[in-house]
Design a protein around this ligand. Structure first.
Ligand code: PA5
Length: 448
């Protein structure tokens, strides 16, 4: 078993009676995912549950083929998408390869993620880079109508067509979108782009194990067979609906128990900077799934020991609303030995013969004990090593925890109605047809 939920630092915060008090709710929440589908909120979006086994094998083979082509004909891959159509792929590449993938990778294309902001500065940097090298584009949008990626795609499509001509450009554009609907689907059909599908029952933030994540991940040279195998093993391992045998259920129970005791913020923490984007993926998954109806644990994140020098003070002594989930890797990707120094001007010779991973581990252990002493409940997720197999397991583990946790909380973990508010205002303010009246009202409010 590669993921282990270690609860030893929760003993002073949660009792056996606490676990017993929530056990039935956990079982009911878990059942909502499998039974009585017609009445479960979000029941149309349970497709990710069985995805590791019943994914489209023909499409999977096409993904690998497309990834090989991109690796052979492109020095850069521009991945255009936002939210669930962005974070998983980037998180996976940084987790398995490196946070500095574009700096250190010698055998694959540089991978740029864009369309996840509307910053002209960021987009023009990537456009400029792509002017001078062979590149391909993977545009990803389940709805096919999201403004941020649509704008970016218009710009990169134009550059591709200027550079290669329309016919060759079309061979360098890969579209991942809905099976039948949306502007992007219509465009892909009319231009003859290679298409990949976001399956019907899989929402954006649960879609990393579909073509949404798999094509960019494979293009980066990550073993997507191992990724799916890890997820499939997790699917079998975490199938029971009780908190005593299923760690997803136990973690979901712990989150809700702590929330009910006033712990409103969960900080996902790792001592590995390559985990930074996994933190972002986690925040989107849990924030968008649970933050609704005036409820929800606020998902935050930190990379230690970096952020111990910025957030550490608050965590240790600020308002007691936090709990931490620390992802600890048993084996780092590599290690560095510390050698003795003749002069020892820095006074570090006491570390001679030790390794950086030893020091990092001691920082982790010391931090957990200090935070626990400061009344911060700490959950530990032990993960064997940061590779594709373990990542598949972790993705599935966190997705299932999130779904069960959301149902315990009493929300629909598969919708995101609140995201529409900013979109409507933005559409009105940029002059989208149909929003004229709203535009006037908003502009008046801005001027006041
Ligand atoms: O989880 C979600 O559904 C969202 O975060 C979406 O992924 C995000 O809004 C992007 O949507 P789309 O893929 O339709 O462009």
């Amino acid at each position: 078993m590669s993921i282990k939920l270690n609860c030893r630092y929760l003993e002073k915060f949660l009792s056996e009676a606490d676990y017993q008090s929530i056990a039935d709710e956990v079982t009911a929440a878990h059942s909502q995912l499998y039974e009585n589908k017609a009445s479960a909120a979000g029941n149309a979006y349970h497709g990710w549950l069985t995805l590791p086994e019943d994914y489209d094998k023909e499409e999977f083979a096409r993904i690998k083929k497309a990834a090989r082509k991109i690796r052979s004909d492109s020095k850069a891959l521009v991945v255009i998408g936002i939210g669930g159509s962005y974070l998983g792929a980037r998180a996976a590449i940084e987790f398995v390869k490196s946070k500095n993938y574009n700096l250190v990778e010698e055998n694959g294309p540089k991978i740029f993620f864009t369309g996840n902001s509307i910053s002209p500065t960021e987009i023009s940097e990537i456009l400029n880079y792509c002017r001078s090298c062979d590149f391909s584009v993977n545009v990803i949008s389940k709805s096919g109508t999201t403004t941020e990626p649509a704008i970016a795609f218009r710009l990169f499509k134009k550059l591709l067509e200027e550079k290669y001509g329309k016919a060759e450009a079309a061979k360098r554009i890969y579209v991942t979108t809905d099976r039948v609907k949306g502007t992007l689907k219509a465009l892909a059909d009319s231009e003859g782009y290679e298409e990949f599908v976001v399956p019907d029952g899989v929402g954006g933030r649960y879609s990393v194990l579909t073509a949404v994540g798999l094509l960019p991940i494979a293009a980066a040279g990550v073993d997507i067979d191992a990724l799916m195998n890890g997820a499939a093993d997790a699917m079998r391992r975490y199938e029971k609906g009780d908190l005593y045998t299923n760690d997803c259920c136990r973690y979901a129970a712990i989150r809700n128990l702590l929330y009910r005791k006033g712990k409103k913020v969960e900080m996902m923490v790792s001592f590995e900077p390559d985990y930074t984007l996994m933190n972002e993926w986690f925040k989107q998954l849990f924030g968008e799934s649970e933050g609704k109806d005036g409820k929800g644990i606020f998902p935050a994140s930190a990379i230690y020991s970096t952020d111990l020098h910025s957030m550490g003070q608050y965590v240790q002594e600020g308002e007691r609303i936090l709990f931490e989930t620390v992802v600890d890797f048993r084996h780092p990707k590599c290690d560095i030995g510390i050698e003795a120094d003749d002069v020892n001007a820095d006074g570090l010779n006491f570390l001679a013969g030790k390794t950086l991973s030893f020091v990092n581990k001691k920082a982790y252990q010391g931090t957990v004990l200090a935070h626990c002493d400061g009344d911060v409940p700490v959950i530990i997720l032990e993960v064997d090593r940061p590779d594709a197999y373990n990542l598949g397991e972790l993705f599935y583990f966190l997705e299932k925890t999130c779904a069960v946790s959301g149902y315990i909380l009493g929300v629909n973990p598969f919708n995101q109605p609140g995201v529409e508010s900013y979109k409507k205002n933005m559409f009105a303010l940029i002059g989208k047809p149909g929003y004229e009246e709203m535009k006037q009202d908003l502009e008046k409010r801005i001027e006041e």
